[in-house]
Design a protein around this ligand. Sequence first.
Ligand SMILES: N[C@@H](CCC(=O)N[C@@H](CS)C(=O)NCC(=O)O)C(=O)O
Length: 201
Amino acid sequence: MKLFYTPGACSMAVHIALNEAGAKYDLEKVDLQSKKTESGLDYIAINPKGYVPCLQLDNGEYLTEVGALLQYIADSNPAENLLPAVGEAARYRVLETANFVSTELHKNFGPLFNPATTDEARKERMELIGKRLDIVNSQLEGRDFLVSDQFTIADAYLTTVLGWATFAKLDLAAWPNLGAYAGKMMSRPGVVATLKAEGMM
Ligand SMILES: N[C@@H](CCC(=O)N[C@@H](CS)C(=O)NCC(=O)O)C(=O)O
């Protein structure tokens, strides 16, 4: 497998999942401005969507979308329990939360990184993200992990998105459970290995 990624982007969730799963994979960095990979490939020819992540599977096919890739990695490495098995009620709780992180957090952060976003639009977006973080903060009350009593793909995703808070000038101090959670996640070997590989620490 080969993960096409950009340091610190949402592809990091997939990278964390690969490390937590103990999977074997190669990495290829993508420059999102030029749409070239570090070895000089035309990224649009690989993934016409033009965004990261993209995972080249061992059969040569390319698979995209964070949510699908997280499930693929978890289901390909069931011993690591990153996602309960098909049919188990707990699976749908993990997917429910991973989808919440995707559609209610990940996608709402995007405009905060766009210099064209007006101050007013930024303020509105921050308020909306704040409401969503209230929910996650409550969900984390008294727990070490987002859904079950162990690390799942939902944690890989949330850890990645929380890493954007500093860049977005969002102070996590308003959500004490989130701050504590982010600290714990950032010390996991699989997360540390990911951050180092992406040059983020
Ligand atoms: N729907 C996609 C969204 C991926 C996405 O938002 N990727 C961002 C980085 S976090 C990106 O590559 N943006 C650059 C672009 O769209 O050109 C997914 O879930 O994988």
